[in-house]
Design a protein around this ligand. Structure first.
Ligand code: GLV
Ligand code: MN
Ligand code: MN
Length: 421
């Protein structure tokens, strides 16, 4: 079954055009006008194809054939980071849609469902994979009001403003009839581009732990306060940011740590700040490495605060475990890549993905395509058209094989039943 590569690219280009900020990449936060425009675009396609499209209480979308049981889920997200790229998430969504369209065009009444997970990036609440955390019960009703954006608006406020929240709808999903969950994504790192790979098969999705550290000291006049005796939270922040880099480097084992968001109060050139608040994002493919690194960062920040006589508070914003994906799916994908003589390899994902959240409930697998120069979460994020099409065709072929193997098993079973004396 051949996908329509041009249709895939046209949808991606259209979505980029309708929600991009010229020259500054794509900013499509969940529950905004931009998000809504993308949802409307998808709903027109779903309508043209006669697919059903449902939105749940937290804004996750399910698209499938009317009678589908959703045994195979293909999913990704349409939200972005601020000034992000045009492919992170949306490539997986349009690929999934293309698979659904190709199956339908071929007259196959499949049990494939496209899932669009809400608020994957954590752009609003600092915690990634919000939609899938609700589906899997990691987040519960309390989190609807515990999750707050920078302006103090809760997730529930956002959901009610969009009309998604409905107390009668379940927040969780029943995965008992789901056979596998799949996601195709750009790699977002340099491995595939550097090694000239065509297909990446994801082994383990990194775990992550995000801290928010706040230092508060004594705000004062920048000119009239002598250097001796200052209690400057900015200096404590600067020292901690460098320590974070060193701790992660010393940890080795592929551990990464990033200070990505800083807010300074009051933030004026001629005022010693009274407080500095910043995030630290720690990741690795082994929870022990992540936990040890987080612990060292906590201790170091407290020690620096002590020495500099500023106050220090540390809050856990979010955490998720490192998740190895399904061996069965990895082996099936490797066999397919061998058969098709593709240049591929197994690799870990430093980015987190909703599919990993679902992995404890069903078989989960992921495919990567190369990111040019390994850039992502920035406007320069890009992938060659040929790689985008190849990846989606590979997903299509994997699903076609899965469906035909399942049909073969069913035929075998029914012939065994018929042949029983
Ligand atoms: C999401 O893309 C993340 O890995 O932070
Ligand atoms: Mn993504
Ligand atoms: Mn992302």
């Amino acid at each position: 079954m051949k996908i329509d590569g041009q249709r895939l690219l046209d949808d991606l280009y259209t979505l980029r055009k309708i929600t991009a900020t010229p020259g500054q990449g794509v900013t499509r936060f969940s529950y905004t006008q931009e998000d809504n425009r993308a949802r409307e675009y998808l709903s027109h396609i779903a309508e043209d194809y006669g697919f059903s499209m449902e939105t749940d209480a937290v804004g996750n979308i399910r698209i499938c054939l009317q009678q589908s049981k959703g045994r195979i889920i293909i999913g990704s997200h349409i939200d972005t980071v601020r000034n992000g790229g045009w492919l992170d998430g949306v490539y997986g969504v349009i690929s999934g849609l293309e698979v659904l369209r190709t199956l339908t065009d071929s007259g196959i009444a499949s049990d494939v469902m496209l899932m669009i997970y809400a608020e994957e990036e954590g752009s609003l609440f600092g915690s990634t994979m919000t939609g899938s955390k609700f589906l899997t019960g990691k987040y519960t009703a309390d989190d609807l009001t515990d999750l707050k954006d920078d302006r103090g608006r809760t997730l529930l406020d956002h959901l009610e403003a969009r009309g998604y929240y409905n107390a009668d709808l379940p927040l969780t999903m029943d995965f008992s009839s789901v056979d596998r969950v799949l996601e195709i994504h750009i790699e977002q790192g340099p491995v595939m581009d550097t090694e000239h790979l065509q297909i990446g098969i994801v082994d383990t999705v990194f775990g992550m732990h995000v801290l928010e550290i706040a230092f508060s000291g004594l705000g004062n006049h920048a000119g009239a306060s002598p250097m001796v005796g200052r209690r400057d939270p900015m200096s404590a922040f600067a020292e901690t940011a460098l320590a974070v880099e060193k701790i992660a480097r010393d940890a080795g084992n592929g551990v990464v740590a990033t200070v990505g968001k800083v807010s300074v109060s009051p933030g004026a050139s001629n005022v010693i700040p009274d407080s500095v608040r910043f995030t630290v994002d720690v990741r690795s493919n082994n929870d022990r490495y992540t936990t040890d690194t987080v612990q060292r960062i906590r201790e170091t920040a407290s020690k620096i605060a002590n020495t500099r006589t500023v106050d220090c508070t540390i809050r856990d914003v979010a955490a998720s475990s490192a998740i190895p994906l399904s061996r069965t799916i990895i082996n099936e994908m490797a066999a397919l890549a061998e058969d098709q003589k593709l240049v591929y390899r197994m690799m870990d994902s430093g980015a987190v993905h909703d599919t990993a959240m679902l992995a404890p409930f069903t078989d989960a697998g992921m495919i990567f395509v190369p990111s040019i120069n390994g850039r992502s979460h920035v406007p320069e994020e890009d992938t060659a058209e040929a790689d985008l099409i190849r990846g989606t065709q590979f997903l299509m072929d994997h699903i076609a094989r899965t469906i035909s193997q399942a049909q073969g098993r069913m035929r075998d079973q029914s012939s065994k039943i018929r042949s029983k004396p």
